[in-house]
Design a protein. Structure first.
Length: 102
């Protein structure tokens, strides 16, 4: 069986994103015979895996979530245009903003 991939090793390490430390990072060491780059080998393997898992998982779902987040942006922008008196802030917060001409 011909395979341009000679060796693959992986490890999972702890990762920090901002203040959160409960993320994992996948580190892969891929060695090929030079007929294909390690990046291309991983990309091809990912495509094959996605094709095989397609019957169990709909890979289009995350896009719908992103569209929902994007749809919420205009409401946020409208709130930025509201007057300080309309924001239902405490008296102290409203006075601080008014004193700074915000």
């Amino acid at each position: 069986v011909f395979s341009p991939v000679r060796r693959v090793a992986y490890r999972v390490e702890n990762a920090r994103v901002g203040q959160r430390t409960d993320y994992d990072k996948l580190v892969m060491d891929v060695e090929t015979d030079g007929t294909i780059s390690p990046e291309d080998a991983v990309a091809l393997a990912a495509r094959i895996l996605q094709d095989q898992l397609q019957m169990f998982i709909n890979f289009e779902e995350p896009r719908a979530i992103q569209e929902t987040v994007e749809a919420a942006e205009p409401a946020f922008n409208r709130n930025l245009l509201r007057k300080v008196d309309e924001l239902e802030l405490s008296v102290r917060s409203a006075n601080c903003l008014k004193n700074d001409n915000i």
